[in-house]
Ligand binder design. Structure first.
Ligand code: UT7
Length: 323
């Protein structure tokens, strides 16, 4: 008889850089204002990585906390799937640095996933599938981005939106379970890759490049695609929006999140919001929000969580989790 294996989140960890940059700080260097940024995005401040706070450093700190909370040692982890758009180096993958630093030695494997702001949902889906097929028993899924290193600090249309950070979850296999990750849903549409991109890279310019975005168009797609991703997850599992205890959206813009919640007729009190304090931390935004709501006790055993994201690519997706 085949037994169903489900991946359960058994630990969470996070790391935010020490330095906090407020809207007023940014208004000293570009033509913007606290009022404009708050009204259009809901952002008040963001953390910006300083010297030594590389993507691997932030990811390692988040991973170590998640391991501690799960009561699992690095030597017991079979795989690391790390979502990032801002690796320490073009190669090797940032995940292998974390593998070394958490004491996995030569056990298992570690690699990066690149789906920009949808990265965490993508990484979670990849690790979930390894666990469901029985190839991996314990995995670390990390979202880590040093996104401010991609910013053109003279471009007010992008530099006010992003921040840095990392967060991690430990996934563990459980047999005959009807909880844990219930389903994941991934999508992309490359025809829209020019709406949000970095104007550099190894095989094109040989430079790192800066973020460029058609904000209004991305906004429009974000509301549509994130609602679709939510509905797909609900339909697949025979659930309704009212069954969701917590919506954990990618934190790009409070207005996008509010529009998505409105479409789902979901009260904003059921939405985990961190965009005000973190800005858009790309792959780190969903696990950072999850971490905060787990730590402050909002998320309780058996709660139904729906994570959803949209980012450059365009990429989008969702993950439904019974806590
Ligand atoms: O994580 C991946 C997904 N990314 C997103 O989801 C981001 C999606 N897009 C957005 O969040 C919004 O489109 C933005 C926050 C980027 C922009 O908000 P908006 O309401 O779409 O503003 P807009 O681009 O239509 O700009 C309105 C005005 C423009 O001036 P004019 O042309 O009306 O004179 C902009 O030049 O606001 C101006 N503006 C600013 N003013 C002060 C743009 N950026 C700023 C700024 N400060 N930082």
């Amino acid at each position: 008889m085949t037994t169903s294996i489900r991946a359960h989140i058994t630990g969470t960890g996070a790391y935010l850089p020490e330095k906090i940059v407020t809207n007023d700080d940014l208004a000293k260097t570009v033509e913007t204002s606290d009022e404009w940024i708050r009204q259009r995005t809901g952002i008040r401040a963001r953390h910006v990585a300083g010297k030594g706070e590389t993507t691997s450093e932030m990811a390692t700190r988040a991973a170590l906390e998640a391991l501690e909370q799960a009561g699992v040692s690095g030597a017991e982890i079979d795989a690391i799937v790390l979502a990032t758009t801002t690796p320490d180096q073009t190669f090797p993958a940032t995940a292998v640095t974390v593998q070394d630093r958490i004491g996995m030695g030569d056990r298992g494997f570690a690699f990066d996933v690149q789906a920009v702001c949808s990265g965490f949902v993508y990484a979670l889906a990849v690790a979930d599938n390894f666990i469901r097929t029985g190839q991996v028993r314990r995995a670390l899924v990390i979202g880590a981005d040093h996104f401010t290193s991609l910013l053109d600090w003279n471009d007010r249309t992008t530099c006010v939106l992003f921040g840095d950070g990392a967060a991690a979850v430990v996934l563990e296999a459980r047999e005959n379970s009807d909880g844990g990750i219930l389903s994941t849903h991934l999508h992309s549409q490359g025809a829209y890759r020019d709406l949000l991109y970095v104007d550099g890279g190894p095989s094109s310019t040989g430079t790192t490049g800066h973020v460029r975005m058609n904000g209004q168009e991305v906004f429009r797609h974000a509301v549509t695609r994130m609602s679709e991703a939510v509905n797909e997850a609900l339909q697949k599992n025979g659930l309704e929006a009212a069954d969701i205890d917590w919506l954990i959206p990618h934190q790009a813009n409070r207005r996008i999140i509010e529009s998505t919640a409105k479409k789902l007729k979901m009260p904003i009190e059921k939405v985990i919001l961190t965009v005000e304090k973190h800005g858009n931390t790309s792959a780190a935004s969903i696990p950072l929000a999850l971490y905060e709501a787990v730590r402050d006790g909002r998320i309780q055993k058996n709660d139904l969580l729906l994570m959803e994201a949209m980012g450059g690519g365009l990429t989008w997706g969702s993950a439904l989790v019974r806590w």
